[in-house]
Design a protein around this ligand. Structure first.
Ligand SMILES: *[C@@H]1O[C@H](CO)[C@@H](O)[C@H](O)[C@H]1NC(C)=O
Ligand SMILES: *[C@@H]1O[C@H](CO)[C@@H](O)[C@H](O)[C@H]1NC(C)=O
Ligand SMILES: *[C@@H]1O[C@H](CO)[C@@H](O)[C@H](O)[C@H]1NC(C)=O
Length: 346
């Protein structure tokens, strides 16, 4: 078959990747040694079950469509998260365990990554503190502990390869707005959305990279991470952008003024944040030629999925609860992220 010269390079890359993916499923060889997951409820797979927090998903109907068990796991979804689909596509045979879970007590379970995410965590540690969630700073500390456990049980060499070869997924920011800025009158009076987005950039940069001297333009108390992912050895990082926050059913109910449509003002805040996030990520990349860093666009795929709505039959709808996509929407997101994340695997 003669390939038309108009086939874009990206399409060729996708075909190559997809054939690699199908090969891995046949041979049992994964494309990466592991996946490390950080952030909020979009990716939490059960850490909040172990915390004294009200932000949890360990009761029905959560997990209703989760494979095999059809039981709640702590995932904020009827079924699988986008990261679950991603882990499958990468050829890994099990999901990275929630770091606080029973399963993660066994050192063997940690050899293909772990999940440190916690519902209601944000780029601001203060956001997590409001809900008793695990802050990003604490997640980074758990990751260091994880690294020493892997090194102690499987050897330094294996631990180093796992650290540098794994894909790191970071999902944060939504809680800083929806569970902090929008509902905290002092914060929203003191900062315009634009200033608030600016204030989230130093903790973002600090979490993925770790440098000491980033400044903030506003006087929010921002705790910088002592250690960022890059300085801890991560070299393949994918960061999720903000979703269209104005389309989250909770936002429509709270801020929609009785209209069923998405709240444009909040969607604009997402776009503002995402623009600044892209620039901050570019700046990090420029400082480290050995770092692969991709910002996954969550905004457009979710917007394209159409009008929001919650429903008892979650399969055909975009959102499962006030804040979180359905299993079906997560599959669409994961497919989009696989394409955007090709350069992380290459
Ligand atoms: C896991 O490894 C650490 C470090 O070697 C060790 O202290 C701990 O006892 C191990 N845990 C289990 C359950 O084997
Ligand atoms: C959202 O942004 C668009 C484009 O910049 C602008 O035209 C519109 O007025 C904004 N809407 C709100 C509610 O701020
Ligand atoms: C739920 O929706 C899916 C897709 O629209 C459909 O195939 C399925 O039959 C529905 N299930 C129920 C119980 O209505």
């Amino acid at each position: 078959m003669k390939m038309s010269s108009s086939v874009p390079a990206a399409a060729v890359a996708v075909m190559v990747l997809l054939s690699a993916v199908s090969t891995t499923t046949v041979t049992g060889q994964a494309l990466v040694p592991g996946v490390m997951i950080f952030g909020d409820s979009v990716v939490d797979a059960g850490n909040n079950n172990r915390l004294a927090t009200l932000v949890r998903a360990d009761f029905p109907p959560y997990g209703r469509d989760f494979p095999a068990t059809h039981a709640p796991t702590g995932r904020f979804c009827n079924g699988k998260l986008a990261t679950d689909y991603t882990v499958e596509s990468l050829g890994l045979s099990s999901y990275p365990p929630a770091y606080l879970s029973e399963e993660a007590q066994s050192n063997k379970s940690l050899l293909h990554g772990a999940n440190f995410a916690s519902g209601a965590a944000g780029y601001l540690d203060a956001t997590a503190a409001l809900y008793g969630a695990i802050s990003l700073s604490r997640q980074a500390e758990y990751f260091r502990e994880y690294q020493s456990r892997v090194a102690a049980s499987a050897g330094e060499r294996r631990a180093r390869k796992l650290t540098s070869g794994s894909i790191y997924v970071v999902s944060a920011g939504t809680s800083d707005y929806v569970q902090n800025y929008y509902v905290n009158p002092m914060l929203s009076a003191a900062y315009t959305p634009d200033q608030f987005a600016d204030a989230l950039m130093p903790p973002f940069t600090s979490f993925v990279e770790c440098v000491a001297d980033h400044r903030t333009i506003v006087s929010l108390p921002i705790k910088m991470n002592a250690q960022g992912l890059y300085s801890l050895g991560a070299r393949r990082i994918g960061v999720m952008s903000l979703p269209p926050m104005g389309c989250l059913p909770a936002s429509v109910a709270l801020f929609g003024g009785g209209n069923a449509g998405c709240v444009e003002r909040l969607n604009n805040d997402s776009l503002t944040f995402n623009r600044k996030l892209g620039a901050a990520a570019d700046a990090v990349k420029r400082r480290h030629s050995d770092l692969k860093l991709v910002v996954f666009d969550v905004y457009q795929p979710l917007l394209d999925l159409g009008a929001p709505g919650t429903c008892t039959n979650a399969t055909g709808y975009v959102f499962w609860d006030g804040f979180h996509p359905t299993d079906a929407a997560n599959k669409v997101l994961a497919d989009a992220q696989l394409l955007q994340g090709l350069q992380l695997i290459a």
